[in-house]
Design a protein around this ligand. Structure first.
Ligand code: SAM
Length: 291
C-alpha cells in the first residue's frame, strides 16, 4: 500500500467510514519527498529507536519502522487504531499507544519500549493546534535524552524555532530551542502536500539535541522566567518588560544599574539578546536576590 497516495487515503476513508477531524489537526501527508526528508533528518540506524507523535494512517510510521529497530507511536484518535493495524501489518517492530501525547509520560514510554535501542529520535508531522505546547514539553523534559527531534510544523513556527537575535521571528521559543538544540529548516513543504491541505505552508525542522546547553545560568528557572518576561511585552524596553512582568519588583533605578553594569543600553529590547546576554542578565538578577 502506498500510503502517500491520495487514492490510498480515499480508500481508507471509505473502507473505515473515516472523516478527518480538523480539531485534531488531521492533515495527512501525501508527499513522498517530504517523507524522505524527515527520515533522512532523523538519522536513524538499525539500532536506533523512533518515537512518533500522531501516526495518523501510518505513512511516516511505516517508514520509521523500516529504518529503525523499534518505533513507538502515540495517537489520540481511537478511530485510527484499526486503520493502523491494517496499514502497519507486516511490521513487528511497531507499537501504537492510544493516548494524548500531552498526558503521556514520554520518558517512561521510551524507557519501557525503546530501552534496547542505542539512541532515540522523535519524528512527527505535528498536529498544528498544539505544536508549541508539544515542542515546549519535548524541549523542557531533560529526562528524554533523545538525539534528534524532526518535526513538520507551520512554516512560520519553523522560522520562530530557528530565529536568531534581532530578527522578527525571534522569541522565547527560539531561545528555548537554541538552549537545548541546534535547529535547522530541512525543507519547506507546500500546503498541497497534505490531504486535506492546511491553510498555511509547512516546513520540516531538525532539532539536533545538544549534549549540554552552551551557557550555564546560575538559576535555570530564573533564566527562562527572564526570557519569557523580556518577550512578554515586545514593544517595551527590556527594563519596562521585566518590571511589567513583575520579575523585578524593586526600584526601576536599581534595574537600570544592573542593566548598565552588563554593558547594555538602557533602551535595549529583549529581542536583541542572545543566550549569553540572557544568561548574564539572569545571573545578575539572581545575584540581586531574585529567584
Ligand atoms: N503522521 C500522519 C501523517 O503524517 O500523515 C498524521 C499527521 S496529522 C498532521 C496529526 C496526527 O496527530 C493525527 O493523526 C491526529 O489524530 C494526531 N493527534 C492530534 N492530537 C494529538 C494528541 N494530543 N496526542 C496524540 N496524537 C494526536
Amino acid at each position: 500500500m502506498d500510503l502517500t497516495s491520495r487514492q490510498t487515503i480515499q480508500y481508507i476513508k471509505q473502507k473505515y467510514g473515516f472523516q478527518m477531524r480538523k480539531g485534531l489537526g488531521q492533515n495527512f501527508l501525501c508527499d513522498a519527498s517530504a517523507l524522505d526528508a524527515i527520515i533522512t533528518a532523523a538519522g536513524l540506524t538499525a539500532e536506533s529507536g523512533a518515537l512518533e507523535i500522531g501516526p495518523g494512517i501510518g505513512v511516516l510510521t511505516a517508514r520509521l519502522a523500516a529504518a529503525a529497530k523499534k518505533t513507538v507511536a502515540v495517537e489520540i484518535d481511537a478511530r485510527l487504531l484499526d486503520v493502523l493495524a491494517e496499514t502497519l501489518d507486516g511490521y513487528d517492530n511497531v507499537k501504537i499507544v492510544h493516548a494524548d501525547v500531552m498526558k503521556t509520560d514520554l520518558a517512561a514510554l521510551i524507557a519501557e519500549e525503546l530501552s534496547e535501542c542505542n539512541s532515540v529520535s522523535i519524528a512527527a508531522n505535528l498536529p498544528y493546534y498544539i505544536t508549541t505546547p508539544i515542542l515546549t514539553r519535548l524541549l523542557e523534559d531533560t529526562s528524554l535524552h533523545v538525539q534528534n527531534i524532526v518535526v513538520m510544523v507551520q512554516k512560520e513556527v519553523a522560522q520562530r524555532l530557528c530565529a536568531t537575535p534581532g530578527s522578527k521571528a525571534y522569541g522565547a521559543l527560539s531561545v528555548l530551542v537554541a538552549y537545548h538544540c541546534i535547529p535547522e529548516i530541512v525543507t519547506v513543504v507546500p500546503a498541497s502536500s497534505f490531504l486535506p491541505p492546511p491553510k498555511v505552508d509547512s516546513a520540516v525542522v531538525k532539532l539536533a539535541m545538544r549534549a549540554a546547553p552552551p551557557v550555564t545560568p546560575r538559576d535555570e528557572r530564573l533564566f527562562f522566567r527572564t526570557v519569557r518576561a523580556a518577550f512578554g511585552q515586545r514593544r517595551k524596553t527590556l527594563i519596562n518588560a521585566l518590571c511589567g512582568a513583575g520579575l523585578f519588583a524593586g526600584p526601576k533605578d536599581e534595574l537600570r544599574s544592573i542593566v548598565a553594569s552588563l554593558g547594555f543600553n538602557e533602551t535595549i529590547r529583549g529581542e536583541t539578546l542572545g543566550l549569553s546576554e540572557f544568561c548574564a542578565l539572569s545571573d545578575a538578577l539572581s545575584a540581586h536576590g531574585i529567584s
